[in-house]
Design a protein. Structure first.
Length: 225
């Protein structure tokens, strides 16, 4: 086995879980939705998504297959986001929910991209240099940061849907506003940490802000009714 980090193991386990869930349900998991009911070959595509995530999830755990698994998973997730999610931004560019929906997939794409950049084979490094190595890591982390900004703004725009998720005993609306600002600020700090034009004396650490974003989202999920 070849585990580069805890995040690597967790991401692989998540893909395995999504694959198993898709095979059991015989339908798309929430991460793949929405797919129109009348979409040609919808059921077969749902099983294909499940098989790819399951196989790539296991592939990410083994040294001989990790490069191929990361490449296939990254390409599949990126294509899916562009085809099924980015279209909402084109159709409704002034609706914040379009960016939130795309951001939900962008976070997973960013995770797969980081693994692809880490384990890229020689062919990838030669012909897809912009997507591998340090350049690929930077782009993946910026994509993650942009998704965090979309998440934070969506909670501001749809506060009436966010506030009920926070228990009344911990001040639903005020805490929801704090969480919205926190997530958006963390995304902005991640972007600043990698792409700052006016370089500050002490730029924010992308690793710290990403970890904080993860902690906030997990805490919010834990306290949500």
């Amino acid at each position: 086995m070849r585990i580069a980090s805890v995040g690597h193991a967790v991401f692989a386990a998540t893909m395995i879980g999504l694959g198993i869930m898709g095979l059991i349900k015989g339908d798309f998991s929430a991460v793949w939705q929405p797919v129109p009911k009348g979409f040609p070959g919808r059921e077969a595509l749902a099983y294909l998504c499940a098989v790819i995530t399951l196989a790539c999830g296991f592939g990410l755990l083994w040294q001989r297959s990790v490069a191929t698994a990361a490449r296939v998973l990254f390409a599949w997730l990126l294509t899916w986001m562009l085809v099924f999610k980015a279209r909402f931004i084109i159709l409704a560019p002034l609706v914040e929910g379009s960016y939130q929906s795309c951001g939900e997939n962008a976070v997973i794409v960013a995770g797969a991209w980081i693994l692809y950049a880490w384990f890229a084979a020689d062919w990838d490094k030669q012909y897809l240099r912009f997507a591998t190595g340090d350049a690929g890591l930077r782009l993946a982390r910026v994509l993650y940061a942009l998704a965090m900004i979309a998440f934070g703004l969506s909670h501001f725009f749809y506060l009436e849907l966010t506030a009920p998720l926070v228990p009344v005993w911990i001040c639903g609306v005020p805490l929801a506003l704090v969480v919205c600002a926190e997530i958006a600020a963390e995304g902005t700090c991640c972007c600043a940490g990698f792409e700052a034009i006016a370089k500050p004396p002490s730029p924010p650490s992308p690793k710290i802000t990403a970890a904080m974003a993860s902690l906030v989202l997990r805490s919010f999920t834990a306290f949500a009714p």
